[in-house]
Write a protein that binds this ligand. Sequence first.
Ligand SMILES: *Cc1c(COP(=O)(O)O)cnc(C)c1O
Length: 367
Amino acid sequence: MKKIPFLDLKHINGQYRDEILLAITRVLDSGWYIRGKECERFEQNFANYCGTDFCIGVGNGLDALSLIFRAYKELGVLHDRDEVLVPSNTYIASILSITQNNLNPVLIEPRLETYNLNPDLIEGLITPKTKAIMAVHLYGQPAEMMKIKGIATKHNLKVIEDAAQAHGAELEGHKVGSLSDAAGFSFYPGKNLGALGDGGAVTTNAAELAEVIRSISNYGSQKKYVNKYKGVNSRLDELQAAILNVKLQYLDRENSHRTELANFYLSELRSDKIALPKIVDGCKSAWHLFVVRSRTREIIQEALLKSGIQTLLHYPIAPHHQKAYKEWGQHSYPLSEQIHNEIFSLPISPVMQMRDAKFIVDCINNL
Ligand SMILES: *Cc1c(COP(=O)(O)O)cnc(C)c1O
């Protein structure tokens, strides 16, 4: 039986095998492995790509987000126990980046149809302690940034994008990463722009913030052996940067292919057993994931698996039901709970064939 895997990273990276091997050899032969030309070039390339003045390569996506908060604390913009609004259905890393910095996450419910945070709920949650909003472009679709920024300006709040799933996504012609005060990206291998290991970046137009983040990510030091902050070690190494320089050239092409597959799913899936994701006007999703909802997801997943089609849950447990956040165990976030109970993700990837999408659509429509 033919198998359709959820994601085939070997195949995705194999497309660029020769170029990646050249890049790796170049780094090997350079004798310089941390904070060198490859990272500098990638930071420049990625800032240009996103349309921002600055990009700082860091160790991973969680660090990218966390360093933004940490830098705002060093700059005196944020203080211990300030509140940060963050979607109740996001991946746990968004929330960890807040609690790591001794800030208080306040969960905000998403819209059921887009899975992104509902801006109409923001003002009801603002208190004197609220200082920032973290907008997550979940599954690749930009959050409703224009509304979010309007409210943030009115209440003097910082806006931070978690763009870990949305490299290349656009809102009204502007790339994610350029839609807020600062954005965090992940280059975890499975992301739209993935390294062969861990990697991350912050993009921003704020020069001072960029400088502080760069410094904190390198032991809090700007000048070697001079430490201004109690920093951390979170850097994008030369090997990963060189590989990302190769893969960034193909990101738009890969996202276009994802979009073709997604549009096919959207126009051809006709089962009344599943609800399709809605894309907001003016949004260009990066289609990191294609997430549908069903009251009978176990039955559908089982039937697809029998036909060789692998599906996954993003994510099976709501953040407020995680043991790590047991202090929220009694809280109720009904939309997030419904989402976590009903969603499952269909395969979508830059190397998936259109005929595989047709096969998946036929399987579901015939259930
Ligand atoms: C992957 C991811 C992160 C964290 O990135 P890492 O590189 O794995 O640390 C943060 N937020 C979201 C929404 C993600 O999907």
